[in-house]
Design a protein around this ligand. Structure first.
Ligand SMILES: *[C@@H]1O[C@H](CO)[C@@H](O)[C@H](O)[C@H]1NC(C)=O
Ligand SMILES: *[C@@H]1O[C@H](CO)[C@@H](O)[C@H](O)[C@H]1NC(C)=O
Ligand SMILES: *[C@@H]1O[C@H](CO)[C@@H](O)[C@H](O)[C@H]1NC(C)=O
Length: 143
């Protein structure tokens, strides 16, 4: 038995599983680019960039994760479509979600009434996208 190839194989498998397991959360050090998505824990909803029908414009939205026909349930920038696939979503240290275009202009942003300390944004299996303090699972405390 040759153990080295086996170990290398296990390690590569581990990396692949690690990097393809969907996440439902982003923190302030992460961002969602065009082509990336976050998926709610039960797989019901997915958030990312999409183009409806034949449109070339890119929209940030939430759609059903479990049906093959992409059906948007929420669109952030309906009024201001992106012209290309350079859109980025970030969570600021203040707990505000912002959608930026290629030149870094804010195309859409969320709002918060409470200042955040260590915010994360999470897509829930109910379809809600919430900003909350990391580790605080009481939704009544969401920002
Ligand atoms: C799309 O392009 C037009 C013309 O270049 C520009 O005026 C507009 O602001 C762009 N929209 C976005 C969301 O970047
Ligand atoms: C980004 O959006 C701003 C404001 O809408 C616009 O002036 C600018 O041209 C856009 N940049 C690109 C690369 O479309
Ligand atoms: C956020 O909400 C406050 C009031 O709650 C308002 O004064 C402020 O203009 C809002 N900011 C944005 C970016 O919508």
């Amino acid at each position: 038995m040759d153990y080295i190839p086996m170990l290398v194989f296990c390690f590569i498998s581990f990396l692949i599983v690690r990097t393809t397991t969907p996440t439902d959360t982003i923190n302030t050090a992460q961002f969602i680019g065009d082509g990336d998505t976050i998926v709610s824990s039960g797989g019901t909803y997915e958030l990312g960039f999409f183009s409806p029908g034949k449109s070339k414009s890119r929209y940030l939205g939430i759609w059903y994760g479990k049906i093959s026909v992409q059906t948007a349930v929420w669109v952030a920038n309906r009024e201001t479509p992106l012209n290309d696939s350079s859109g980025l979503v970030r969570l600021t240290n203040q707990g505000v979600l912002v959608l930026l275009n290629r030149s870094g202009s804010i195309i859409w942003s969320s709002n918060t009434s409470t200042p955040a300390r260590n915010p994360v944004a999470q897509l829930l299996d109910t379809g809600n996208l919430v900003v909350k303090e990391e580790g605080d699972n009481n939704m009544e405390n969401s920002l």
